[in-house]
Design a protein around this ligand. Structure first.
Ligand SMILES: *Cc1c(COP(=O)(O)O)cnc(C)c1O
Length: 448
């Protein structure tokens, strides 16, 4: 009997195209039309809109919003969801999620104004972030948004001063840093004592007391957000929420008012084949740790809702076959989808043409045209021949995709397309070259 091969020797092959498609309900492979999003062939979108282009599935956005609110309701929680719009701030996406009953978690004046423009009422908006400016806080108070999450003693003083001067009362939740390790990428972990976010758990009671004593502030609750792309189970959530529960009991013991608990976001998604926790598990963790306090809870998911619902559609500019490696050069780049360069993120890559989906595969490096070695989407990825003009799709790019893009290398921002059943619409036009130049001028003394 042969000894079993050691695991390392078996390697860790990337998921097959069929598995990537099967795991994403808005995707299908059609024998004639190739890769489709819902009922629309991606080749049709490329022909009408050009590439690169972001493509979002309305069906998946709805399904995911409902899965999340459904899991919270099934756990018996009185819960509301405020979508963290930094993940994807498209007006159309926000309008769709608003129709599903979601509010918005905003982190800037721009986001607040976009949320309002998408039809989300002020009563559905929470303002988070470690550096809200005086101007932003004034706007939040003038709009009378639902809640401001305060992140420091200094900010509490600032909110009190601004609100008092305006003759308003700010509904403020205290963002607490529970000092737990969410076991995610160092750039997106936020709940350790050394991170910049929130107030230390040991100072929280004192600061909550202070909030209650200051003019212009109505303390409404406590909040936390421990990190993003959390895939290592819900243990870190449980640990964080257990600490919040202790804090809530201490607040109540002093007779201070507390109306709700903001549980943050961070739920991870499987980009490759990570065993990401389901919303039911998160709802269970909330129920187990906070359930007996009898308070409404809030959730601020971004990535979990929007990430899997979007892709970046690109064309191959050139397939460069060298002695050592094959390079597939796409017309999308790190300025469009920054995650691989920024976090070493893995994104599934699918060919779009029907024959390419079943052709023999061989390793290739998939890169963009930007003048940086970091402009690499994948190394050694098993892909079919992809001659110039072939279409490819970078999967799970619906969150932290378009919102993180830049115009580096003077590349205009790519358009965004929403697919809904058999329909699709351009929901953000491709940035024009005129727009790239807009607002720039050469000073007079350099003109001659
Ligand atoms: C970014 C952020 C979120 C959303 O994080 P996801 O990982 O996208 O769910 C929620 N709350 C706050 C305060 C954030 O900064």
């Amino acid at each position: 009997m042969a000894a079993p091969a050691p695991l390392a020797a078996l390697g860790d092959p990337d998921p097959a195209f069929a598995d990537l498609i099967a795991g994403r309900p808005h995707l299908s492979a059609h024998a004639r039309d190739g890769l489709m999003v819902e009922e629309v062939p991606l080749a049709r979108i490329a022909a009408e809109v050009g590439t690169p282009a972001w493509v979002y599935s309305a069906g998946s956005l709805r399904r995911r919003a409902r899965a999340l609110t459904g899991a919270l309701a099934a756990a018996g929680l009185d819960a509301s969801v405020h979508y963290a719009m930094k993940a994807n701030d498209s007006l159309a996406v926000l309008a769709l999620l608003h129709r599903e009953g979601l509010g918005a978690d905003v982190v800037s004046e721009g986001e607040l104004r976009i949320a309002r423009a998408a039809g989300i009422p002020a009563a559905g908006i929470v303002f988070s972030g470690v550096g809200k400016s005086e101007r932003e806080l004034r706007l939040a108070l003038a709009e009378d948004i639902f809640q401001i999450n305060a992140e420091s003693a200094e900010e509490i003083a600032m909110i009190s001063a601004i609100a008092s001067a305006l003759g308003r009362t700010a509904r403020v939740a205290l963002r607490v840093n529970p000092d737990v390790d969410a076991k995610t990428h160092a750039k997106i972990t936020t709940g350790r004592a050394e991170n910049k976010f929130g107030v230390g758990i040991d100072d929280a009671l004192k600061l909550y007391r202070r909030m209650a004593s200051l003019p212009g502030i109505a303390p409404v609750g406590v909040a936390t957000h421990i990190g993003s792309q959390i895939t290592a189970g819900v243990g870190a959530y449980r640990a964080a929420y257990a600490r919040l529960a202790e804090l809530v009991r201490a607040i109540r013991a002093e007779g201070l008012p507390i109306l709700r608990i903001d549980c943050g976001g961070g739920l991870g998604i499987p980009y490759r084949d990570e065993p990401a926790p389901m919303p039911e598990a998160l709802a269970g963790a909330i129920k187990a740790t906070l359930g007996d306090l009898g308070l409404p809870v809030m959730l601020e998911p971004g990535r979990w809702i929007a990430g899997p619902a979007g892709l970046l559609l690109a064309s191959v500019v050139i397939e460069k076959i060298g002695a050592q490696r094959r390079f597939v050069v796409a017309d999308a780049a790190m300025n469009d989808l920054a995650r691989p360069a920024m976090y070493d993120a893995w994104h599934g890559i699918l060919p779009v043409a029907p024959d390419a989906l079943v052709a023999p595969i061989a390793p290739a490096d998939v890169v963009g045209p930007v003048c940086e070695t970091g402009d690499t989407f994948a190394r050694g990825r098993a892909l079919p021949p992809l001659p110039a003009g072939s279409l490819i799709a970078f999967l799970d790019a619906g969150a932290y995709g378009a919102t993180m893009s830049s115009t580096y290398n003077a590349r205009p921002l790519a358009p965004e397309v929403l697919v809904d059943g058999t329909r699709f619409a351009v929901v953000r036009e491709r940035q024009s070259l005129e727009a790239l130049l807009h607002g720039q001028r050469v000073p007079e003394w350099l003109r001659e």
